[in-house]
Design a protein around this ligand. Structure first.
Ligand code: GLN
Length: 516
């Protein structure tokens, strides 16, 4: 089967379907064929909804035949991070605790957990409903770090995702599967969630575009929560315009999420192609401090020079509280996670492991056995940490103080945005590292997020756009590097404008991961 149609950008693909030059069914079949061909080596998809997506595509083709209007994503296959609820289809958040034990499997059995036995939500997340209404085809659910906790996708209960640029390396996390679905051409777009970098970092490490919108821009209804004051859903795409179209579809007020904002949705796609001459771009020197790989630094600085060449004004800015972001984030996020994850108790969802305490089976025993068996190491570490920082006697010293630091970080950005329109920075201090390299060193894993956490703490929109490839310090093929652009709240359109302008002159424009 010729699957090259999937290499078209999202707007092109939708236009072809609108004009009837290709049927939605052909596109859906191409996506399923590519997943079948390519994903065995990559592990980006946990479950594939083959029949349902063919049915949805046929229904779309029938609507076209009747002359009905099709939406802006007509026939476009979009991968979904498995933290997004899909009605009747398995949803695991990368965790064993959201799967049922295999029939006959006894308590504590060592059977590998099966994502196909995942929790089946009775409803669609708002973003999923919006994608369907826009005509998107949803071929499957993407692998992720368990409950979105991680930076390498190695914390998935269902195994890691491999980076298509080098199969011995991580794709980034936690939305690693969503990033690779796009990077390896299996779906032209996907959705992930970003709490502290989980869209931008994997986008950067796999050479695709990824956007974390302003906190509240996109409804979180139906997103399995990690840290509710930080979580945001956003798009991945092969190019900036595709990401803009996707974000336009999923954005906007939702009465089911009280934190979703009422502000009008910007014209993100129309912003692509607008001139950037005179745009003031701030470069925070704190983001080029020790710890950044020399090659990555050089490439990001070259990209910033490219923006200067387009007529942007480049200025230094200061974000002095940047160095506290990792510490403060890992207090706030773990505190919220410990509370959000209390609901997984063996009674309501997924896994249930009967347990005993003091020799007799009781409720505490059930909770302990289910959570002990169902959660992975990193999730347990965070629940412990989060429970600790919230406990009486430590709350003021840790949680309250971290909230104050969060305010200081936000003020740094407020100050900077008095002087500049956009901030340009690296996304990740290094290119993709090797699988296994950091699994036993949580701190070095947490440091992968130094440049993405501050915008998350401040609730600001940020985009990662491919800017180069660079050799890894430990050898192997060249690997993608992303440029991060951060904007003031609700200024996504400005980010799309700048990122699109950069993309047109990028040395890696149109460069795709080598795929088998
Ligand atoms: N890597 C960060 C963490 O593990 C961010 C994750 C995310 O954005 N979901 O918390």
């Amino acid at each position: 089967m010729d699957t090259a149609i999937l290499d078209r950008s999202i707007p092109d693909l939708a236009a072809l379907v609108h004009r009837g030059e290709v049927s939605a069914e052909e596109v859906a079949r191409a996506a399923l064929a590519r997943i079948e061909q390519r994903d065995g080596a990559l592990g980006a998809f946990l479950t594939v909804q083959g029949e349902q997506s063919i049915d949805a595509a046929r229904a779309l083709d029938a609507r076209r035949a009747r002359g009905e209007a099709l939406g802006p994503l007509a026939g476009v296959p979009i991968g979904l991070k498995d933290a997004l609820c899909t009605e009747g289809a398995p949803t695991t958040a990368g965790s064993k605790i959201l799967t049922r034990a295999a029939a006959g499997g006894s308590c504590g059995s060592s059977n590998a957990p099966d994502p196909a036995r995942g929790y089946r939500p009775p409803y669609d997340a708002t973003v999923v409903a919006r994608l369907r209404a826009a005509g998107a085809i949803l071929p499957g659910k993407c692998n992720m770090d368990e409950f979105a906790m991680g930076s390498s996708n190695e914390n998935s209960a269902f195994g890691p995702v491999k980076n298509p640029w080098d199969l011995t390396r991580i794709p980034g996390g936690s939305s690693g599967g969503s990033a690779v679905a796009v990077a390896a051409g299996m779906t032209p777009g996907s959705l992930g969630s970003d709490t502290g970098g989980s869209i931008r970092q994997p986008a950067s490490l796999t050479g695709v575009v990824g956007v974390k919108p302003t906190y509240g821009r996109v409804s979180r209804y139906g997103l399995i929560a990690f840290a509710s004051s930080l979580d945001q859903i956003g798009p991945f795409a092969q190019d900036v315009r595709g990401a803009a179209r996707l974000l336009e579809v999923i954005s906007g007020r939702d009465p089911r999420d009280a934190t979703s904002l009422d502000a009008p949705v910007g014209e993100y796609e129309a912003a692509c192609g607008r001139d950037v001459a005179g745009l003031r771009i701030g470069v925070p020197e704190e983001y080029f401090a020790k710890g950044i790989d020399r090659q990555v630094e050089a490439k990001v600085r070259e990209a910033i020079e490219g923006l200067r060449g387009l007529g942007c004004e480049i200025r230094p800015v200061h974000l002095p509280h940047t160095r506290y972001a990792v510490a403060a984030y890992y207090i706030v996020a773990t505190a919220e996670a410990s509370s959000n994850l209390a609901r997984f108790d063996g009674v309501r969802f997924g896994l249930r492991v009967e347990g005993e305490r003091g020799g007799k089976a009781d409720l505490q025993g059930l909770y302990g056995a289910t959570r002990g068996e169902g959660f992975g190491r990193e999730v347990k570490r965070r629940i412990l940490l989060g429970t600790y920082v919230l406990s009486a006697g430590y709350y003021d010293a840790y949680y309250l103080r971290a909230q104050k630091v969060r305010t200081l970080i936000r003020r740094d950005f407020d100050e900077a945005f008095r002087e500049v329109d956009v901030i340009a920075a690296p996304v990740s201090p290094t290119v993709a590292f090797r699988l296994g390299e950091r699994v036993d060193d949580p701190l070095s894993m947490y440091l992968a997020d130094v440049y993405t956490l501050p915008a998350s703490m401040a609730g600001l929109p940020a985009i990662s756009v491919p800017c180069a490839t660079a050799p890894a310090p430990d050898g192997g093929p060249p690997l993608p590097v992303g440029l991060q652009l951060i904007g003031p709240a609700l200024e996504e359109a400005r980010l799309f404008r700048a990122a699109h302008a950069w993309e047109q002159i990028s040395p890696v424009r149109g460069l795709r991961a080598p795929v088998a």
